[in-house]
Ligand binder design. Structure first.
Ligand SMILES: Cc1ncc(COP(=O)(O)O)c(C=O)c1O
Length: 465
């Protein structure tokens, strides 16, 4: 068997269409070879993101009917507050419409112009919300994370030598706080170990530095700790989560991932100053502090989903489904980031398309080619996502140029994984014929969402037959 069987059965289905080859070629051209600009009805299997794409349980759906849509003091807010206190252990919470709303409130308070925010590895919206108040996010992840072949079990770990070097060079007062992402997205869904979090707490105590987590995928990170770190083999996920969070001063959380919902976010902390400031500002940008941009019913679904995400059986099925896709690709020799991550399989586009230059956007090209071949939608996670250097205006070309096949939670079957793998393998076999792209439109912020491309040499399709 390919991993444990699903710990659920399917009660409702959604029909999906399969556009033919002619329509797929037309659709990707109309979308400027950017998979974000495709219409979802042109997509067969949607692996663009795991964000907001989960299937909710009947327990969550029934919670929607119990939505208290009062403007102030909805009972679902108190249910959410209690769930976060129980699962993550923080005292205070501020709800937001999604993760970036929480980043905005938290980071605009903690970052002063000219300050640095060391983080294991940047995430697009996090980096921008540090830059908007005049700060700069710097990566302090271990070197192993930049090597797709390296089999380190906790590639999300902080490298203390890199962190120390920033403190020595700029002085501790220039560090706004230390930021740690769980299950590091841009590194391929790679976890942080409990030992690293514990050591970071001690390190930061010496400098009186605050630690803020991006806890968006903390349940999946907790599963890896249980699976890979000695001493946690039999520890309930909820206990692992509470220990992880106990080493931080607060977190931001996009509920659209591990909380198994379609919308929502929050920040949580036990620090009264952070809480009071963010609770004050939430009314300016999101909504009253007892809904923060979410409907009462959405808060109920988040509260219930957060609890469901602590089920070991669910996480085991989830992580192993992602691993199944990774194994299928590895068996065929397709270069992917190893070990397979928590929320998706990340293809190493530099190795897949070595004949393309970086400015021919290999990952963007490959994501478009996968769609055109099979109707499977994936996403670029490389130089287009990284953007330009704020000071020089030059493109930054990170070591990792990846295509992310992100698996929505509880949505697709292993047959869908097999179909996806077949398409990627087919393209790998004819990889030399895939032509690069040139960027023809670039918006100022988070360019990967809306930029447009054209195929380099004139040809109807960049997939020559
Ligand atoms: C690690 C991480 N942090 C923050 C965010 C932003 O969350 P949202 O999309 O809910 O605004 C995301 C979303 O993909 C994420 O993956």
């Amino acid at each position: 068997m390919n991993g444990p069987p699903e710990p659920f059965k399917i009660k409702m289905i959604e029909h999906v269409g399969m556009p033919d080859q002619i329509r797929r070629s037309e659709a990707i051209r109309e979308a400027g070879y950017n998979t974000f600009l495709l219409r979802s009805e042109d997509v067969y299997i949607d692996l663009l993101t795991d964000s907001g794409t989960s299937a909710m349980s009947d327990y969550q759906w029934s919670g929607l009917l119990l939505g208290d849509e009062a403007y102030a003091g909805a009972r679902n807010f108190y249910n959410l507050e209690k769930a976060i206190q129980d699962v993550l252990g923080y005292k205070y919470i501020v709800p937001t419409h999604q993760g970036r709303g929480a980043e905005h409130l938290m980071y605009s308070y903690l970052v002063k112009s000219g300050q640095l925010v060391p983080r294991n590895m940047y995430f697009t919206t996090s980096k921008l919300h540090v830059e908007l108040p005049g700060g700069k996010m710097v990566d302090v992840i271990i070197d192993e994370a930049h090597d797709p072949e390296n089999l380190h079990l906790f590639k999300g770990n902080i490298d203390f030598k890199k962190l120390q070097a920033f403190i020595d060079e700029y002085g501790v007062e220039k560090i706004a706080f230390v930021n740690v992402e769980m299950d590091v997205n841009m590194a391929g869904g790679q976890p942080v170990s409990m030992q690293n979090l514990r050591d970071l707490r001690e390190f930061c105590n010496d400098y009186n530095l605050k630690i803020i987590y991006d806890a968006t995928r903390s349940s999946e990170n907790a599963y890896f700790i249980r699976e890979r770190e000695r001493g946690y083999e039999n520890t309930p996920i909820i206990d692992i989560l509470r220990e992880m969070m106990s080493y931080s001063d607060g977190c931001i959380y996009s509920s659209k991932k591990d909380c198994l919902v379609n919308i929502g976010g929050f920040l949580a902390t036990s620090d009264k100053d952070i809480f009071e400031h963010c609770r004050n500002m939430v009314v300016v940008y999101e909504g009253l502090h007892t809904y923060g941009g979410m409907a009462g019913r959405d808060m109920e679904a988040v509260a219930r989903g957060l609890k469901e995400s602590t089920s070991y059986e669910y996480l085991k099925y989830r992580i192993n489904q992602v691993r199944y896709l990774g194994d299928l690709l590895m068996k065929a020799g397709v270069p992917i980031v190893k070990p397979t991550g928590g929320h998706g399989v990340f293809i190493n586009a530099l190795k897949f398309l070595p004949h393309l230059e970086r400015k021919q956007w290999p990952a963007q090209t490959l994501a478009a080619a996968i769609y055109e071949d099979s109707g499977v939608r994936s996403m670029e996670r490389g130089a287009v996502s990284k953007g330009r250097d704020k000071e020089t205006g030059e493109n930054i070309f990170p070591a990792l140029e990846l295509v992310r096949l992100t698996i929505p939670r509880r949505v697709y079957t292993n047959t869908h994984m097999e179909y996806t793998a077949e398409s990627v393998i087919r393209l790998y076999e004819k990889r030399d014929s895939i032509r690069g792209l040139k960027m023809v439109y670039e918006p100022e912020y988070l360019r990967f969402f809306q930029s447009r491309f054209e195929v380099l040499e004139s040809s109807k399709s960049y997939l020559e037959t």
